[in-house]
Ligand binder design. Structure first.
Ligand SMILES: Nc1ncnc2c1ncn2[C@@H]1O[C@H](COP(=O)(O)OP(=O)(O)OP(=O)(O)O)[C@@H](O)[C@H]1O
Ligand SMILES: [Mg+2]
Length: 396
C-alpha cells in the first residue's frame, strides 16, 4: 500500500521511511506541504495513506488536511498527523481539520505500526465500499433501462390489444354484413334470371336484339353469382367456430384461400403447384384456410412496392406422410435478427396501423393443434418461404 511521508525534518523522514519499508509499505517522501499536495493530486503518485508533520514550511499539515478533505470526489486518503502537540485542544483541532488520526512525537514504533494498520483497514474498507457503490450504480442504471423498456412494451401491448379487439369486432361485423348482402342479392339474382328467360321467349323483339339483351342480363347474373360466392366465403371465414375436424382436401383449402386473397395478390404473378391425389387431412378447413390466408397476405405485404413480385404456393406429400404446403415469395425476406421473433404474438414490423403481429402466432397455434409444424426461412436471392407440414391424422 502506498504511503506518502511529509516532514521537513530529514531525520524523522528517514526513520519513518525505514520503519514503514520494514512493515511492507511502499513509501514516497517529500519535505514540504506543496510537494505533498502535488504528489496527492497526481493520479500516478496518489497514495492510499499519508503521514503529515503538523508544522512544515509552506502549506502546514492542518491546511493540507483541510484542502484534501474538501475534495472528496478525488478519492479517499487516510491521513495521520504527526505532532508534538498533544493537548486536547490541539488534538481536536487536528481531527476537525480532516486528519483521521494523529501520532505524538517522539514516535513510538509499535504505536505507529498499529495506527497504520488501522488506517490500512479503513482504506481497504473504503475501497470495497466504493466498488460496491459503483456496482450498485451500474445495476441501478440497468434496472432503470429495463423499467423504461418494460413501460414502453406495456404501452405497445395496450395499443396492439385495442387494435386486435377492433379487428375482431370487424370480423364479427363482416359476418353480419355478408348475411345482409346475401339477402339483397337474392332478388337481384332471381329477377335477372327471370328477365333472361323472358328475353329468350319474347317474340316482340328481333331475335338478334333479344340475344344481345339476354347477353347483358346473363353478365349481370354472373357478376351477382361471383359476389354471392365471395360473400359466402367471407361469411364462412369470419365464423368464430370452425366446422371442427373433418376430412378435407388441402388443395381445395388452398384454392379457396387464394380466392379470398385475390385482390391483395392481383399485382403479382401467382403460381399454384398443387400435387393431385394428396390424402385428405383430418382437419378444420376454416382454420387451415386462416393459416394460408395469413401466409398469403404476409407474402403480398413483403412484395409490396418491389419489382416483379412472384408468389408460389405448392402442396406435396413428404416421406413421413405429412401433407406439406410451401408459400414462397420474392419479397423483402426476414432480417436474421427478427427471424426468432416472427411467431411471437404481437411481433410486427408493419406498424400499429397495418399489422397486429398476430397472424403468424395464431397460425402456429392452429398448425400445432393439428399436430403439425410451421417454419420460416429466407430464399436466395430474395424473399421468404414458409413451410407448413401437417400429419394426415391429428394427435388424439
Ligand atoms: N413473407 C414474409 N416476408 C418477410 N417478412 C415476413 C413475412 N411473413 C411475416 N414476416 C414478418 O413477420 C412479422 C409477423 O408476421 P405476422 O403475420 O405475425 O404479423 P403481421 O403481418 O405484422 O400482422 P397481422 O398478420 O396481425 O396483420 C411481420 O410483421 C413481418 O415482419
Ligand atoms: Mg400477417
Amino acid at each position: 500500500m502506498k504511503v506518502l511521508l511529509a516532514d521537513d525534518d530529514v531525520i524523522v523522514l528517514r526513520l519513518l521511511e525505514k520503519l514503514l519499508g520494514r512493515w511492507g509499505y511502499e513509501t514516497s517522501c517529500v519535505g514540504d506541504g506543496e510537494a505533498a499536495l502535488a504528489a496527492i493530486e497526481n493520479p500516478e503518485t496518489r497514495p492510499a495513506m499519508a503521514v503529515f508533520d503538523w508544522v512544515m514550511p509552506g502549506i502546514e499539515g492542518l491546511e493540507l488536511c483541510r484542502r484534501i478533505k474538501a475534495a472528496p470526489e478525488k478519492g479517499f486518503l487516510y491521513i495521520i498527523l504527526l505532532t508534538g502537540r498533544t493537548c486536547e485542544k490541539d488534538v481536536v483541532e487536528g481531527l476537525n481539520s480532516g486528519a483521521d488520526d494523529y501520532i505524538a512525537k517522539p514516535i513510538k514504533a509499535e504505536e505507529l505500526k498499529s495506527r497504520l494498520a488501522v488506517g490500512a483497514r479503513s482504506v481497504d474498507y473504503e475501497r470495497r465500499l466504493s466498488e460496491f457503490n459503483r456496482r450498485l450504480q451500474e445495476q441501478n442504471g440497468a434496472l432503470e433501462k429495463y423499467a423504461r423498456i418494460m413501460e414502453s412494451l406495456a404501452e405497445d401491448r395496450a395499443r396492439q390489444l385495442v387494435h386486435a379487439e377492433r379487428l375482431s369486432s370487424i370480423g364479427e361485423m363482416s359476418a353480419g354484413i355478408a348475411h345482409e348482402i346475401n339477402n339483397y342479392l337474392a332478388p337481384v339474382m332471381g329477377y335477372t334470371e327471370m328477365l333472361s328467360m323472358k328475353l329468350g321467349a319474347d317474340a316482340s323483339l328481333a331475335p338478334e336484339r333479344a340475344a344481345l339483351y339476354k347477353g347483358y342480363v346473363d353478365n349481370v347474373f354472373k357478376g351477382a353469382q361471383k359476389i354471392k360466392n365471395l360473400v359466402e366465403r367471407i361469411r364462412v371465414h369470419s365464423r368464430r367456430l370452425g366446422a371442427g375436424k373433418i376430412p378435407c382436401d388441402v388443395n381445395q383449402v388452398i384454392s379457396q384461400s387464394l380466392e379470398l386473397c385475390e385482390n391483395k395478390l392481383k399485382r403479382f404473378k401467382v403460381e399454384k403447384a398443387l400435387t393431385s391425389g394428396l390424402p385428405d387431412l383430418l382437419a378444420d378447413p376454416q382454420e387451415l384456410e386462416q393459416v394460408f390466408v395469413n401466409l398469403l397476405k404476409n407474402a403480398a405485404d413483403a412484395m409490396e412496392g418491389r419489382e416483379g413480385g412472384a408468389l408460389k404456393i405448392a402442396s406435396s406429400l413428404d416421406s413421413s406422410g405429412c401433407v406439406v404446403v410451401k408459400v414462397e415469395d420474392t419479397g423483402s425476406g426476414i432480417p436474421t435478427d427478427k427471424m426468432e421473433h416472427i411467431f411471437e404474438s404481437f411481433f410486427t414490423t408493419k406498424g400499429p396501423e397495418r399489422g397486429t403481429g398476430l397472424g403468424l402466432s395464431v397460425s402456429k397455434g392452429i398448425v400445432e393443434r393439428h399436430g403439425g409444424t410451421i417454419s420460416a426461412a429466407n430464399r436466395q436471392p430474395c424473399g421468404a418461404v414458409f413451410t407448413v407440414a401437417i400429419p394426415q391424422a391429428p394427435p388424439l
